[in-house]
Design a protein around this ligand. Structure first.
Ligand code: C2E
Ligand code: MG
Ligand code: MG
Ligand code: MG
Length: 277
């Protein structure tokens, strides 16, 4: 699935089913980039309160601009980094960079409530994850309550007992925990109560069809009700238009993330964005 360099920089399509040759090449390039470190960077997507229309927080999103294979999206390279174990080094770098950028923002007077950081199941399953995290807290001096770790439902399904204990440890450290892409996996309701989760993020696939699809409406309402029942915060992901925003606002979902407000921004763009509000 090669794109013959039409746009000049990316000759891989972002096809999840990359063929074996592309895959081998990408893994090779990924390894070289991780050794060099300078081809990765983070963008920050604003999360906005529908009550004030103002930015409340951000999510860190990893980008890879490879000299060997061009710009590859996370949906393509994260699975490869997971498959090869490289996500451990990369994920630790992401945590450190995101937390130090957040502290830099705070020290310059840009006060956000928290920074969301995506953490892969593989990282969470590792015995040394809490040590890695403590090192990040020590080095960046971030207050743990400003960090929100985003994990997926699939992680909760893999090893429930281990997940329960790791999440409790995170909460004991005062770190917040969001379940990302909520509604696409299999979290049982009983389980949600036992888990020390603090936020649900409604998956974009349900938001896409709002406010027209009765199924998406029903699912969105159910997730909001679930969050309210368990006292969890709630965020809608992938909000792109005003109709979606109005629907969510009426339903009591007060945190919105999506292109309607802003695409992911560089740190400098983020500062301007906050200043101009
Ligand atoms: P996610 O954590 O669910 O992040 C939200 C994704 O939706 C981001 O895609 C974001 O750019 C995109 N998005 C947000 N609002 C809109 C919208 O209004 N319209 C559309 N079309 N898209 C929107 P992105 O940055 O490509 O990341 C994709 C996924 O890759 C993330 O999904 C997350 O699962 C993973 N990822 C990204 N960065 C990291 C990371 O540092 N570590 C790990 N483990 N995974 C990451
Ligand atoms: Mg996320
Ligand atoms: Mg998501
Ligand atoms: Mg996603």
């Amino acid at each position: 699935s090669k794109d013959k360099g039409r746009n000049g920089y990316s000759f891989f399509t972002n096809d999840l089913a990359v063929d074996i040759e592309e895959k081998t090449m990408m893994i090779h390039a990924l390894k070289a980039s991780i050794d060099k470190k300078d081809e990765f960077f983070l963008l920050y997507q604003p999360k906005t309160s529908t009550l004030t229309g103002k930015i409340t927080a951000v999510e860190a999103l990893l980008r890879w601009n490879s000299s060997e294979v061009g710009k590859i999206t996370p949906d393509t390279f994260i699975p490869l980094a997971e498959e090869t174990g490289m996500i451990l080094t990369l994920g630790a770098w992401v945590l450190n960079q995101a937390c130090s950028d957040f502290m830099l923002l705070r020290n310059e007077g840009y006060l956000l409530e928290h920074i969301g950081v995506n953490v892969s199941s593989l990282q969470l399953q590792r015995d040394d994850f809490i040590k890695t995290l403590n090192d990040v807290l020590d080095q960046t001096k971030i207050d743990p309550k400003w960090l929100e770790i985003e994990l997926t439902e699939s992680y909760l399904a893999t090893d429930a007992d281990h997940a329960l204990s790791i999440l409790r440890t995170l909460r004991d450290l005062n770190i917040n925990i969001a379940i990302d892409d909520f509604g696409t996996g299999y979290s049982s309701m009983a389980y949600l109560q036992k888990l020390s989760v603090t936020r649900l993020k409604i998956d974009k696939s349900f938001i896409d069809d709002l406010p027209l699809s009765s199924e998406s409406i029903a699912i969105t309402r159910a997730i909001i009700a679930l969050a309210n029942t368990f006292g969890l915060s709630i965020t809608a992901e992938g909000v792109e238009n005003h109709d979606q925003l109005c629907f969510l606002q009426d339903e009591g979902c007060h945190e919105i993330q999506g292109y309607y407000y802003s695409k992911p921004l560089t740190l400098n763009e983020l500062k301007d964005y906050i200043t101009n509000q």
